[in-house]
Design a binder for this molecule. Structure first.
Ligand SMILES: O=C(O)CCC(=O)C(=O)O
Ligand SMILES: [Fe+2]
Length: 261
């Protein structure tokens, strides 16, 4: 082992493990200090979580499915799934969402009340037989187990409503990181389905890639929020642009690292 401050890192790991700190957050913080991953694994020994295989995560089934379109960029893994749901399925989910809606919340308030103005609801698997079918279809398409992913979330945007530029992963070092990542771990892949074709506006805009996607009924937009070291990929910054005409309905499912265990 030949990194600077080795003994200090050993102590730091010991103290923070004893304090019950989130190991994933520790891994990210040590990596951020420039310590290579193989040393981080050595420092944490048996406490290094085996489920953190981000290379495996980057090669899950959806990345190898010929019916899925890979978006042409080397900065992020983004996929477009045409006809993931048929129109009657979309209509059915829209009516379930309409019966459950409440205004959306953001995970950490940033002081901007207009940051996310859509309405939201959770669609737990047991809430409706079709939601269970959908949950399994999403997991199968991803090639990831659905347990330890978040329940499907439904959202509706009316005219003028949006979700300003944000990333879906949680930032290590931020005050609520531990709370958000316990017990499911970091967010990995985002799987979003457009339930209707919005006549104008409502595009999902990846500003760092200068790419945007218009809501098309039944199509899914899917992206990996992490890079192969497990860090949040800042190129996945995205903005759900304001709806200009009609409305927009989406469902989203976020997978988490602990689904690997
Ligand atoms: O509605 C969209 O286009 C994106 C939604 C989104 O980014 C989210 O819910 O995290
Ligand atoms: Fe998002």
């Amino acid at each position: 082992m030949s990194i600077e401050n080795y003994e200090e890192w050993v102590q730091w790991c010991k103290v923070n493990l004893q304090r019950g700190c989130c190991v994933e957050e520790m891994v990210q913080l040590i990596c951020k200090e420039g310590v290579p991953l193989n040393y981080v694994k050595e420092l944490l020994g048996d406490d290094y979580p085996d489920h953190l295989d981000f290379n495996l995560l980057a090669t899950v089934a959806i990345t190898r499915n010929p019916k899925v379109k890979k978006i042409d960029t080397d900065k992020a893994q983004i996929f477009w799934v045409p006809h993931f749901m048929i129109p009657s399925e979309c209509e059915q989910v829209i009516s379930i969402i309409d019966s459950k809606l409440r205004p959306s919340e953001v995970t950490a308030s940033n002081g901007d009340d207009l940051f996310r103005t859509s309405s939201t609801c959770y669609l737990e698997e047991q809430s409706h037989p079709f939601i269970n079918v959908l949950d399994m279809r999403i997991a199968q398409t991803m090639g990831l187990p659905s347990f330890n992913s978040e329940p499907i979330q439904g959202q509706k945007y009316d005219i003028g409503q949006e979700f300003k530029a944000h990333t879906d992963f949680f930032n290590a070092g931020e005050p609520d990181y531990g709370r958000y990542t316990t017990p499911l771990g970091q967010r990995t892949w985002s799987f979003m389905v457009y339930l209707n074709t919005t006549p104008k506006g409502g595009e999902t805009f990846f500003e760092k890639l200068d790419m945007e996607f218009s809501p098309q009924q039944g199509c899914a937009l899917v992206w990996n929020n992490l890079n192969t070291l497990g860090f949040g990929n800042s190129s996945t910054l995205h903005h759900a642009k304001p709806v200009l005409e009609g409305c927009k309905y989406v469902i989203t499912k976020w997978f988490r690292t602990r689904s690997f265990e």
